[in-house]
Ligand binder design. Structure first.
Ligand SMILES: *Cc1c(COP(=O)(O)O)cnc(C)c1O
Length: 366
């Protein structure tokens, strides 16, 4: 498979082969629900719910990054729902992480379980030794969010395959430039492009990627039949965001490594998690399935009040949920009920120059 630099370079020129003289270099926002259709046969576009040019531009970029077919969705959860509904039926067993993105859990418990799917929750660390006999879908997320535990995708996928289970990997925290679950045996990748890929905290978006044409046809059918379709303006914003994903990630991950190093040495910080740090329990995956330690850091301050005080005081940490945006962002995850300490903060490192960013963080820690 090609390296991430080659894929990032190709992404910027993906429209060139299809352009004729006078065409716009940037894909137009095609705000049309209907298409000129004197006859149905041979028309590239028929109706806005089936497919449209601005999605195709984004899907072409994503396909270059994933080296797989991609179907775009209006949010990460829409992509996750499509992957689950495309692969599960009544009577099936689904394994999901107990320490992953919480909406995937409440979707599974609230909507799939009542339809007859048995939902089994497992900590990310326990996937390595789990028995997948009788499981239809092994859904994984690595590093887990927000705990940043990892599992070995290739090893878990091999054991899932031996049990004839399909593997769906939520790759949101790493993006296809930093981690490649399809190369490691996953059947489908799901991702929230709301995060680093779009990258500017101004749009929700998601995609499903896969290399099995029949499975991807089901994902695409789900989009058309359920009607979970992205808007043209949103697709345009994601196309624009993806053009700078590689350069933003480079800054974000390098800054995160430096900040994690300094937080590790700070007397008020405990329970620091950053896979890029040599002592971290997840460090073994870095340089292997993970290209680097990523841009997310987890750490604890002594109490809820200390953590909230730090977030309120620091002028260069936006107090907000979500991650992967240009602004460094932090929040206390216990406020969502995540199984973490009251003073646990998830920090998403943004693209600010790192010297003033660390100064602001250091001063706010006191
Ligand atoms: C944010 C997120 C999602 C959901 O994405 P939305 O675009 O908010 O629907 C799914 N998985 C992970 C790991 C996420 O961080």
């Amino acid at each position: 498979m090609t390296d991430s630099e080659t894929r990032a370079a190709r992404l910027l020129h993906h429209r060139k082969p299809g352009l004729v003289a006078g065409d716009p270099v940037v894909p137009p926002i095609t705000a049309s629900a209907t298409y000129h259709l004197p006859q149905v046969q041979g028309a590239p576009f028929v109706y806005g719910r089936n497919g449209m040019p601005t999605w195709e531009a984004v899907e072409a970029q994503l396909a270059l990054l994933e080296e797989a077919e991609c179907v775009s969705f209006p949010s990460g959860m829409a992509a996750i729902s499509a992957a689950l509904f495309a692969t599960l039926k009544a009577g099936d067993r689904l394994v999901i992480p107990s320490d992953g993105y919480y909406v995937t859990r409440i979707l599974s418990e609230g909507f799939l379980a009542p339809l007859g799917v048995t939902v089994v929750q497992l900590a990310t660390r326990d996937y390595a030794a789990a028995d997948f006999t009788g499981v239809a879908v092994v859904y994984l997320e690595t590093p887990s969010n927000p705990g940043l535990d990892v599992l070995d995708i290739a090893a878990v996928a091999a054991r899932a395959r031996a049990a004839e289970a399909r593997v769906i990997a939520d790759n949101t925290t790493m993006t296809p430039l930093l981690q490649r679950p399809l190369d490691l045996g996953a059947d489908l990748v799901v991702a929230a492009d709301t995060k680093a890929p779009a990258g500017h905290s101004d749009v929700l978006f998601g995609h499903v990627a896969g290399r099995d044409a029949a499975l991807m046809a089901r994902v695409s059918d789900w989009r058309r039949m359920a009607g979970v379709v992205p808007g043209p303006f949103e697709a345009f914003l994601v196309h624009r965001g993806l053009e700078t994903l590689e350069v933003r990630l480079e800054r974000m991950c390098a800054s995160a490594a430096l900040i994690a190093d300094r937080l590790a040495a700070h007397p008020k910080v405990r329970g620091l998690r950053y896979p890029g740090l040599p002592g971290d329990p997840s460090h073994g995956a870095v340089g292997g399935q993970m290209a680097n330690g990523g841009f997310l850091i987890g750490f604890e301050l002594a109490t809820e009040a200390e953590a909230e005080g730090f977030l309120a005081r620091c002028p260069l940490v936006e107090q907000t949920t979500s991650f992967g945006g240009t602004h460094t962002a932090g929040e206390r995850r216990a406020r969502w009920g995540d199984a973490v300490a009251e003073g646990f903060i998830r920090l998403s490192v943004g693209v600010e120059p790192v010297a003033p960013l660390w100064t602001a963080i250091g001063e706010a820690l006191g």
